[in-house]
Design a binder for this molecule. Structure first.
Ligand SMILES: [Cu+2]
Length: 233
């Protein structure tokens, strides 16, 4: 998706958005942000288990129906844009737009995420969310563990350079998004996957880009901002 409207690019900076930075340092995490932090950690544990034991995951955070499908020859393209608080009008609240999409089950989905956020939300050194995860055996979300960053294939983003992630815990899919070079020079991340089962799954951002002491509040806790849904029909 291309930038919306003709906003002044200079207004889109996140790296100089003091509210966002300050918000991370002040205020105690609420119960919801703690719960979300626990959910993210649990999903990380599931990811690690799945990769080491080659076991399949569950529809964690989503629902599915019907049996496995046959892969189709159809390829569909979906796009999301990561906007900064200065773009979406809510300081300190970065947002994925749109926050939800639908795609045919069994089709190859080429997802393009254009991010204008030039600030980082560093992950802890041991966090698994800087790596590209290719999905779960049950639902067949396959990516080869690769994403394209401005056309260059990579298997991971250094944890301290991550700005956001696009993570579908129920499909064991994780796409780390690095910080944009500048607010006027967005980074484009492209990722291909296929889901072999009908159903709806929650996605979330696992990088602490929200408000509160842990960075897990605000946009991180709000549907339509740093979490949403993907449906396969
Ligand atoms: Cu985020």
């Amino acid at each position: 998706m291309q930038p919306v409207g003709d906003q002044n690019m200079g207004d889109r900076r996140a790296g100089d958005d003091p509210a966002r930075r300050t918000a991370r340092r002040h205020g105690a995490p609420g119960p919801r942000s703690r719960a979300r932090g626990a959910a993210v950690l649990a999903a990380g544990a599931v990811l690690a288990l799945s990769v080491t034991a080659c076991s399949s995951g569950s529809a964690n955070g989503g629902s599915s129906s019907g049996g496995a499908l046959t892969a189709s020859a159809v390829t569909v393209h979906r796009s999301m844009e990561i906007q900064t608080g200065k773009m979406d009008g809510r300081s300190g609240w970065p947002r994925y737009s749109p926050s939800s999409f639908t795609a045919p089950a069994g089709a190859t989905v080429v997802l393009t995420i254009v991010s204008y956020d030039d600030g980082t939300a560093p992950l802890p050194p041991a966090s698994p969310w800087g790596q590209v995860w290719g999905g779960d055996a049950t639902y067949g979300a396959t990516t080869g563990g690769t994403e394209l960053v401005d056309g260059t294939p990579v298997h991971s983003i250094p944890n301290d350079q991550v700005a956001h992630t696009f993570t579908i815990p129920g499909l064991l899919v994780n796409v780390p998004i690095p910080a944009a070079q500048s607010s006027s020079h967005p980074v484009t991340v492209t990722f291909t996957f296929r889901v072999m089962k009908k159903g709806s799954f929650n996605w979330l951002c696992a990088a602490p880009c929200g408000s509160g002491e842990t960075g897990m509040g605000g946009a991180m806790n709000t549907d339509g901002w740093m979490e949403g849904h993907v449906s396969f029909t």
